[in-house]
Design a protein around this ligand. Structure first.
Ligand SMILES: [Zn+2]
Length: 301
């Protein structure tokens, strides 16, 4: 059925990662345009409509270029990195404001804390902060530069039950291989009145529909899970969690459009990105289906 090499490095899923149904159909084929140019297939569950990369390589670490990942944060070169820094700061302040609406002060666990800038901002505002980050260099960077304690993912099983006021996962869940395991871990350690915040690319966004297999937020094979608001709500419902608020990340449509235009080999990708990012945000207004969404989640009590 698939043209992807069926070798020992590839893991085919038999059931839907959310509802376990085995009625899975091909959705589209795309490439790792960002890095290896390898082709990957994406499939869709007929029962719950969840869309996921399938099969996936057994060892995903080779698809994460860690040198490049850190260079975003540490090199201060051209205009792109300056714009990136500015946008990152605006983003951090905005995330802080959103979290503060639900909790004025307390402790926060950021899963996928990267190089620690967000946690450092919370820390400066008298929050207790802990990070989880699989990348060892990023963990060291956080400790060295911001004195933030960051652990690898195994630590998630060690925290006390109901011990966090806030847990955030910014653009993380799309990378997570075992969704139910991760959701079960975080729903155990969040306080009963605690707040969970997720940011995710939105497969139902206008830019996703425009770019199809060239939509850069597919980002295979690093992105394993391609959520819509509906499939995200389905997933959290298994863990006694409910969506309380959904809001857009409007910058993402520009960035995603820029990369997508690059993948389409458009020489004028900057101009097209501004135009198409704007159009995507305009179209998304109708049904709150923006390129990337932030979901605020609470426990069902
Ligand atoms: Zn399903």
């Amino acid at each position: 059925m698939f043209h992807v090499k069926q070798n020992t490095h590839i893991k085919q899923k038999v059931g839907c990662p959310i509802c376990s149904a085995e009625d899975i159909i091909p959705y589209l084929k795309t490439k790792d345009y960002f890095f290896t140019q390898e082709e990957f297939s994406i499939t869709k569950c007929q029962k719950c409509n969840f869309v996921f990369t399938n099969p996936v390589p057994k060892d995903l670490s080779v698809y994460y270029d860690t040198a490049d990942y850190l260079s975003h944060n540490t090199k201060n070169g051209g205009i792109i990195s300056k714009v990136y820094s500015l946008l990152r700061f605006i983003n951090i302040r905005r995330k802080y404001k959103l979290v503060s609406k639900y909790c004025k002060k307390g402790n926060i666990l950021d899963v996928g804390s990267g190089t620690g800038e967000l946690l450092s901002y919370f820390n400066k505002n008298s929050w207790d902060t802990i990070g989880i980050e699989p990348n060892e260099n990023a963990r060291k960077f956080s400790k060295l530069n911001y004195n933030i304690d960051v652990y690898n993912e195994n630590k998630l099983d060690d925290f006390d039950l109901k011990s966090f006021d806030v847990i955030t996962m910014w653009h993380v869940l799309e990378h997570v291989p075992d969704l139910h395991k991760r959701l079960s871990q975080i729903s155990k350690i969040i306080k009963d009145n605690g707040t969970l915040v997720f940011a995710l690319p939105n497969l139902n966004s206008p830019d996703s529909k425009k770019y199809k297999e060239f939509w850069s937020a597919l980002d295979v094979p690093r992105h394993l899970n391609h959520f819509t608001q509906e499939t995200f709500e389905k997933l959290i419902s298994y863990h006694n969690l409910r969506l309380v608020h959904a809001e857009p990340m409007k910058f993402d449509s520009y960035y995603v459009s820029m990369l997508s235009e690059k993948y389409l080999k458009n020489k004028f990708f900057y101009i097209s990105a501004i135009y198409n990012g704007f159009i995507s945000n305009m179209k998304a207004k109708k049904n709150n289906n923006y390129s990337s969404m932030i979901f605020v989640v609470k426990k069902e009590l």
